[in-house]
Design a binder for this molecule. Structure first.
Ligand code: HEM
Length: 155
């Protein structure tokens, strides 16, 4: 067996949609984050699911249909996201991962948390007064230091 993509390991498109649906349901109840997302369209959770799926090795749908990295980054311009908001965003996302039963093995959660920590800090960078150019490649995460255990070939 070869090592699956992080996207497949997580459960594919359906798993990312379940995650972001549960996550934004709580975001809209949260006093710190609800105002930030008050004007977000109903499709926002699905778009973020597509983005995450692509980062983790899934189909390139966000790049094809929603502007890729540039499209994502532009949504954060001028929003002046605070560290407190970012920490709450991360915390609610990790709670949602548990709630929907996203894969909970240490290897998957390590790479998931690695991207989320980086991505949320980049969201702050793009939301600030000195935002860098929004054009850029989609992030593409791999298993890095913590590949999952898969049976060796022939086992
Ligand atoms: C890994 C971290 C993050 C990712 C991958 C991400 C991804 C995205 C994507 C893909 C969109 C555009 C959705 C669309 O095309 O409709 C978006 C929009 C947005 N994001 Fe993020 N984001 C991240 C972190 C954050 C954080 C930490 C905040 C604030 C606490 C934030 C606030 C917003 C807001 C306000 C929008 C615009 C919503 C609207 O259309 O009104 N994001 N994000």
């Amino acid at each position: 067996m070869t090592t699956p993509s992080i996207y497949d390991w997580a459960g594919g498109a359906e798993a990312f949609d379940r995650l972001t649906t549960a996550f934004y349901r709580e975001v809209h109840k949260d006093p710190l984050l609800a105002p930030v997302f008050a004007a977000a369209p109903a499709e926002h959770p699905h778009h973020v699911a597509l983005f995450l799926a692509e980062v983790f090795g899934g189909p390139r749908t966000y790049s094809a249909d929603h502007g890729g990295h540039d499209g994502m980054a532009r949504h954060h311009l001028g929003r002046h996201i605070t560290q407190e908001q970012r920490r709450r965003w991360v915390s609610l996302l990790m709670d949602a991962a548990d709630e929907v039963g996203l894969a909970a093995d240490p290897e998957f959660r390590a790479v998931f948390a690695y991207y989320i920590e980086w991505g949320t800090r980049m969201a702050i960078v793009y939301s600030g007064d000195d935002a860098p150019p929004t054009e850029g490649p989609m992030p593409a995460w791999d298993w890095g230091q913590t590949p999952p255990w898969v049976p060796p070939p022939g086992a």
